[in-house]
Every structure is written in C-alpha cells, then in structure tokens.
Design a protein around this ligand. Sequence first.
Ligand code: V47
Ligand code: SF4
Length: 371
Amino acid sequence: MMKTSCISRELLPKDLISIVKKVENQQRISDKEALTLFKKSSLSLLGTLANQIRERLHGNKTYFNKNIHIEPTNICVFDCKFCSYSRLLSKKQEAWEYSEKQMLEILKNAPKDITEVHIVGGVHPKMGLDFFVSLIKKAKEIRPNVHVKAFTAVELEYICRKAKVSYKEGLQILKDAGQGSLPGGGAEIFDEKIRKNICEDKCTTAQWLAIHEAAHSIGMHSNATILYGHIEKAEHIIDHMSKLRDLQDKTAGFNAFIPLKFRNKNNQMSHIKEVSIIEDMRMFAIARIYLDNFKHIKAYWPMIGKETTQTLLGFGVNDIDGTIDDTTKIYSMAGAEDQNPKMTTEEILHLIKQVKRQPIERDTLYGVVEN
Ligand code: V47
Ligand code: SF4
C-alpha cells in the first residue's frame, strides 16, 4: 500500500512527480530518472527521500565499529593524479615501508577491543602475494578474533598479476590465510574517459568489477566507493552507481557504499576546488535513493569531517566507520581537517547521539557487537 507522502506535489516540477512517487512506493528508479532527480531536485527533496529510505531500513540506528588501519607502504607504482599520499619508487622522500614485524607490532599494540584491521596501502613491487599471506596468517595468530579487511582491487589486480594467478585463485589463497573481506577503494570513477584522465595507469573499471565479483563468488563480502567532487559530472556519478547496482543484483556481495569526497591538498589536482557541503549532501542522498540493493551507506568521517558526518546522518547515511586510532594518513595528507584521526568510543557515541540517532557497534559484516 502506498504510504501517505509528506512531500507536497504542487511544489514539484512536473517531471519529478512520477519519480518521487516511485521512490515513495519503493520502486526502483532508472538511470535516466536518477539523473533527472539528481540534477533537478532541491536539496530538501533529495534529503527527505533519502531520509525516508534510511529510516525505513534502519530507523535511527547508526553503525560504527572499533578498528585500526595498517598502511604497509605509501610507495606506489601507480601515479593517480588525486593521490596526496603515494610516493613513486624513484622519489622516496616522505616514503615509508613497514616490515612484517612492524605491522604485527602495530596490531599487538592496538586497543584490545578492536574488531577489525583495515590493511590498505600503495602498490609496492616487493609486497606480493606471499608477503601478504604470511602477514595475514601471523595477524590472525596474534588477534584471531579481529576481522582482516584488506587490499583494494587496485592492489589485488597487481598482486594476482605478479603471482600469475587468477583473481579467484589469488583471493582464495588470501581467504585461506585469514582475510575476511575487501574494502571499497580504487573504484574512483568508472567512466573510462574520466578514469583515464585522473588515474590512467591503475586497474580498469572492468578489472575492479571482476575482482569484486570474484570475491563475492567465494563468499567474501566487500564495499564499494566513488571518488566525487573533481572533474566528473552528474552523468558519471549515475553511471558509476549503475554498474555497482547491476553487480549487486548479480552477487549481493556488497555491504556498504562509501562516497569519498575529493580533497585537494598536495596532489596533482590541487587546482580543482573542493565541493561544498551542499554537494556532499546531494551525493549521499542520491546514493541512498538510487542504490536500492545496498543496505548501508557509509560516511567515512576522517575524510569528510565530523560535523559533516553528523549532517549526513539526515541524508541517507547509516554508518560512519570506526574509531581508527590515528592509524591512517591517506586523508590527512590530502588536507582533511582531522590531522590525527581517532575517536574514543565515548566520542563516537556522542557524535551520533548529538544528532538524536542511536549508536550501534557492529563488526565488519554488520553483526551487532554486545559489550
Ligand atoms: O581509492 C585517495 C581515495 C581511497 C584521495 O571500504 C582520496 O570501508 C579523496 O577506499 N581525496 C582509499 N579521496 C580509501 C578507501 C576506504 C577508506 C575507508 C573505508 C573503506 C572501506 C575504504 O581513498 C582511494 C581513493 O578513492 N583517495 N586520495 C583524495 N585526495
Ligand atoms: Fe597508488 Fe592508490 Fe595513491 Fe593511486 S590512489 S597512487 S593506486 S596509493
């Protein structure tokens, strides 16, 4: 039965009426309809629709976890124009390269109650499949109950190519070693032209999708991201989400969609102005409306900032990632406000409660953690 709408039809442009009706009736909207909605609707309409969906799926619940990041190296064979963090092999100033022992030390010293370690870094020719299999096995010996979410499709494409194994074989070897799931990085923008412009030498759209499909086929879940707010247009955002929605229809293996806002400090795209919070709210809201087969929309607070994260909880977001414990450099080097990202559990609870939402601690796969 159709729910009584709280959106006044008289105020809507004609071409939006049928689209709004569809969203309110929980019907899927087409790419064309999504584009019209994204381009033409007011911020308040997008927000109202996204929040209706968020509250239908999750009520006031807002998920977070207790996690740390390990970034094995910032040396990278690729040269993405938006990246502030990587150092080419030839340019080693400000570069780091942890040994296995150092990374295991980080894990040993991490707070006792973390449930996840997120391992992502640059693509280093010396860090191959064997190196990571050994790291994961030892990490699981030290902290058997900590979920290992590791390696973007960009790293995995390189690791599997070097090891001469298929994506499925490579992923199975990592799974057997103890890896639990994949993060969503490396997706950037799937449109071939824009991708070529901002990150031409790393894994292609088809490879990114194939790696996530292979992971899902062996029972490993993953996340998906988009890098927005640079040279892309609304069309590219919808096209990107369309490819994800199609794959999710096929595999149901994605947990969360995470829009990542382009930050412009210290990279080759510094001349591009960062978008405003209005664009952030529009991006997250259209994601919530369009991706009807994604359960979770995540705002990654170290990147977008704590106050914007709170605002986004009214624009479709129901997950804010974790406590982090000052273990990531990707965003601080790109100019994010928080130069030492960490939150205590009390701070994360306060952040969520302050906007009258209900904090729920989750594990990586969205099981509720009872304390
Ligand atoms: O793929 C790099 C992005 C991503 C910049 O799955 C930048 O739970 C903005 O994917 N401005 C890696 N973004 C991080 C990532 C991630 C983070 C947290 C949680 C999860 C998850 C995934 O960081 C890269 C790229 O899109 N990135 N440089 C920049 N200047
Ligand atoms: Fe390397 Fe990732 Fe930076 Fe691209 S975004 S240069 S793949 S570390």
